[in-house]
Write a protein that binds this ligand. Sequence first.
Ligand SMILES: Cc1ncc(COP(=O)(O)O)c(C=O)c1O
Length: 360
Amino acid sequence: MGPFSFAASASVLPREVRAQLAQDVADWQGSGSSALELPFNDPAFGDIMAAAEYDLRVLLDLPSFYQVLFLQGGASAQFGLLPLNLVRRGEHCDYVDSGYWSRRAIEAASSNCSVEVIATGDGARLPPPSSWRRSSNAAYCHFTSNETAEGLQFHEFPELGGVPLVADMTADFLTRPLPVERFGLIYASAQKNLGAAGLTIVVLRRELLGRARPGIPAPFDYARQARALSKVNTPPTFAILVAARMLRWLRDNGGLAACMIRNKRKSERLYAAIDGSGFFYCPVALANRSSVNVCFRAPTEELEESFLKAAEAEGLLHLRGHPRIGGLRASLYNAMPEEGVDALTSFMVDFTSAYRRRRA
Ligand SMILES: Cc1ncc(COP(=O)(O)O)c(C=O)c1O
């Protein structure tokens, strides 16, 4: 058992996916070459991409009028690229400011178009969709479905009618079923729930293609990438292979409904351990707690430091909170096994008892 990584930036991979990838790299399907040596325009790589897209479509129950793009640059590149692809001159877009990552998105978008902030959270609570002061003529309305730094997650999604709803789902993409037709565009970096860094998935309604401003670099023009099947330039081949393996693993393990049940069970067990400890506490409002990034605190920063040190010695790794927020954070992405949560909660009990014994 263990070690277990609770890192927010890079997810753990399921053991069976790791084993499969080791085989893929050592000897791709008995060919004697490595999967890393496959040229992106080889039919074998085309098959990997097609399988990844097929499994993604099945998992999301994605209608055919949605386009799937496999891009590079991370969600951070999308922050600036969304207005360049979707906002025509003179138009504005609406943004929900719910925490650290949505503010990063707002800052980047503001360089490329006029941004209206239509709701603001307070770091512990999300502004509910019913409170968003939306405009009916925005080019799109953007929100961050899960704020990774603060551990906040939207559990309801608005229906916007005519204005395309755009979501940064980097932290909780494919962690639960989605009413996908409410969304105009969804984007997510792959390194949290889909495996390896380097790939950004963009899923968008085809009617949103073709609005890009002149001069946008070709690899970042959604319509050009759609026409070229995401091969305007060399795509991130290894990250796509990892995503393909993860997507198949998700399907083999009951799809998104089963995934949500597992994720809820894991996070509820951890929140219960925090709330019941009389020592740790979670500053996030009950209704907005994230099932993938559980943020919590100990009574003092000194105790947090000794908790982190002692946890690491037990193989419970990367529990430090986001540098801007502080505190502790356990990220429980799709592939975090339930034993990882059990190991963490029993360590929390031991740590608390040892602290109380010292004080007695
Ligand atoms: C919600 C959210 N959006 C965007 C990003 C940025 O992703 P990337 O570093 O892949 O650009 C992150 C990274 O943690 C994130 O959690």
